[in-house]
Design a binder for this molecule. Structure first.
Ligand code: CP
Length: 301
């Protein structure tokens, strides 16, 4: 399914570049429910459905009856009776994924995950598409998912968790690097290792940032909040040196690619000279959010 999705996304990308109309979802309506802010996700879905001939209703959930306690079940039943799909971002810890599944259990239309507390599948498939565009094969490439210091906001674990689960399925050699205290849940690590064993990739963990950068083909340094942040021993300011610098990039492979889901905390997560430099593919990665979002809508709605 993922391979087919990427094939469709590639077709849509070619047609977008050639200005070929793609009215595959004429007059279809998707509801876009956001509990949190968004630039890429909202606009890739909204522009995407317009380019497919349909229409998006953007819903800031703070202005919906959800804020008065209306249930996921009732919201899912009602919206799915009005249109053809519902997409939702809800990143509240231990709530978001359950909320989406509750809607899915009652909706008569597909529910799309625009990021929850656990997963960011739309980002994952766009990242995979970008890596596949840059490398002749994903087999054996060294990809390091690296925790990075940030002050902008406490970011969910959903992006690194999704990448850790997905990339080993494409035979990549994945390294997950973080300072102690920023662990991903044990079940996710077990699943990532199982995926590596089953599909022929590999998965390892390190707490040494230099080890994560050394000889890497792709580095993805990004902050995530400690999901077990009740631990009083973890002080994020102790880890300011977990930053993607030119010096660290110099020990990676010669053609290393720098990726980030964005928004990046410039100056903290990454030096400007790296994110704006020749190894950075962040804008291609962001652009692919459009093509993959369109493919997801096309294949589900
Ligand atoms: N990467 C990503 O999901 O970006 P937004 O938060 O802007 O949607």
């Amino acid at each position: 399914e993922i391979d087919f999705l990427l094939d469709v996304a590639g077709d849509l990308k070619r047609k977008f570049y050639m200005d070929v109309p793609t009215p595959y979802l004429p007059l279809k309506t998707i509801f876009l429910m956001f509990f949190e802010q968004s630039t890429r996700t909202r606009n890739s879905m909204e522009a995407g459905i317009a380019q497919l001939g349909g229409h998006a209703n953007y819903l800031d959930t703070s202005s919906m009856q959800i804020s008065h306690g209306e249930s996921a079940k009732d919201t899912g039943i009602i919206l799915s009776s009005f249109g053809h799909g519902i997409a939702c971002r809800n990143c509240f810890w231990e709530i978001g994924n359950k909320y989406l599944r509750e809607m899915a259990a009652h909706s008569s239309r597909p529910i799309m995950n625009l990021q929850c507390d656990l997963y960011h599948p739309m980002q994952g498939v766009a990242d995979l598409m970008t890596i596949k565009e840059k490398f002749t094969s994903t087999k054996g490439i060294k990809v390091s998912i690296i925790w990075a210091y940030a002050t902008s906001h406490k970011k969910p674990i959903s992006v690194p968790l999704t990448q850790a689960l997905l990339f080993p399925r494409y035979q990549m050699d994945v390294t997950l690097a973080y300072p102690k205290g920023f662990e991903l849940p044990d079940w996710a690590i077990d699943e990532a290792k199982e995926n590596a064993t089953r599909y022929g990739g590999s998965f390892r963990i390190t707490h040494d940032i230099e080890e994560a950068f050394r000889d890497a083909d792709v580095v993805i340094p990004k902050n995530w909040g400690s999901w077990s942040s009740k631990d009083p021993d973890v002080n994020i300011d102790d880890f300011k040196d977990w930053k993607c610098t030119e010096k660290l990039m110099s020990i990676a492979s010669k053609d290393v690619k720098y990726m980030h889901a964005l928004p990046a905390d410039r100056g903290n997560e990454v030096e400007d000279s790296v994110i704006d430099g020749p190894h950075s593919i962040v804008y291609q990665e962001a652009e692919n959010r459009l093509h993959t979002a369109k493919a997801v809508m096309m294949l589900t709605m």
